[in-house]
Ligand binder design. Structure first.
Ligand SMILES: Cc1cc2nc3c(=O)[nH]c(=O)nc-3n(C[C@H](O)[C@H](O)[C@H](O)COP(=O)(O)OP(=O)(O)OC[C@H]3O[C@@H](n4cnc5c(N)ncnc54)[C@H](O)[C@@H]3O)c2cc1C
Length: 265
């Protein structure tokens, strides 16, 4: 195992061995190793790479843990961080690892989609920044090249002031989301809604957004239609955690509830 102590060293190690497996907090990777017999031959551990742990303004380093995020100033980010695993998982698990795993149920994803965050990727070849939906491209698939590191999440300069995240699962703690949602409302009243665990990747319910943003008064009928459109737009599957039908229903109810909370704030 290599333990680079700085970003340049980490990028060099990855350039020399693009097949290497990156290890951040290990809360996903070690599950793979322990339960699914994944046997990475060459591991690059990122924990000593100080640059990845920096959080300055809108630039959130990939190595920032959910423990720090839950204590941070961004409302919906803190809300989602509090739902991740247990205190032990939050102490080790990072936002970069959550993106690297690219699970459809990754709890940071609805927030990143709702605020149109960018993902910064670095390699010895240079730095590029891609929008969330150019990064998350399928179930456990990203557009990160083998020689690239996720170095940071770049938030927009102005985050919508009203923002809410919540997830539904089979119990209220230590649970993978059956449905997760993040709703944001801008200063000018425009709403955005992003849903997790109801498609191959996180998605924005654009028709629901357009409909509600065209309504100057958010009447009962408009809110009901918003929820209905979200239920229609999501693309869930039936699996061991839930049915497609329940996920559609829950996505609509959850989105409407979060929108109502934002509007009341
Ligand atoms: C008990 C338990 C409960 C959990 N609960 C939740 C939950 O509620 N919500 C949730 O979303 N997740 C949950 N998880 C999953 C996991 O904790 C998160 O996905 C976490 O963010 C992973 O981060 P990590 O630093 O531990 O990643 P690691 O396990 O170290 O890495 C995960 C993947 O990302 C890659 N990677 C890591 N860092 C980088 C980087 N900088 N650049 C490129 N690739 C990188 C790794 O190579 C690996 O493929 C849970 C896991 C466990 C074991």
């Amino acid at each position: 195992m290599e333990r680079p102590s700085g970003l340049e060293e980490a990028l060099g190690a990855l350039a020399a061995n693009p097949e290497a497996t990156l290890l951040a907090g290990g809360t996903d990777l070690m599950v793979e190793v322990n339960y699914h017999s994944r046997r990475p031959e060459h591991v690059i551990a990122l924990r000593r790479v100080e640059e990845l742990r920096q959080w300055e303004g809108t630039r959130l380093g990939a190595g920032v843990t959910f423990r720090r995020i839950e204590q941070g100033p961004v409302r919906a980010l803190a809300q989602l961080a509090r739902t991740v695993g247990s205190p032990q998982i939050r102490a080790a698990g990072t936002i970069g690892g959550n993106l690297g795993t690219a699970s459809p149920a990754g709890d940071s994803h609805p927030f990143l989609a709702a605020c149109d965050a960018h993902i910064e990727l670095q390699s010895k070849r240079g730095t590029r920044t891609v929008l969330w939906n150019e990064f998350l491209v399928g179930v456990k698939r990203t557009s990160c090249a083998d020689d690239e590191l996720i170095t940071a999440v770049i938030l927009p300069d102005q985050l919508p002031p009203r923002q809410e995240f919540a997830k539904i699962g089979v119990r209220s703690a230590m649970v993978i989301a059956t449905v997760s949602a993040c709703v944001m409302v801008d200063d000018d009243g425009r709403a955005r809604v992003a849903l997790g665990a109801v498609g191959p990747t996180v998605l924005r319910a654009r028709r629901a957004e357009e409909m509600i943003n065209a309504e100057s008064v958010k009447s009962e009928a408009a809110l009901a239609e918003f929820g209905r459109l979200v239920s229609e737009e999501v693309k869930p599957i039936t699996d061991h955690r839930s049915t497609e039908e329940y996920r559609r229903h829950a996505a609509g109810v959850l989105s409407r509830r979060l929108l109502e909370r934002c509007l009341a704030a």
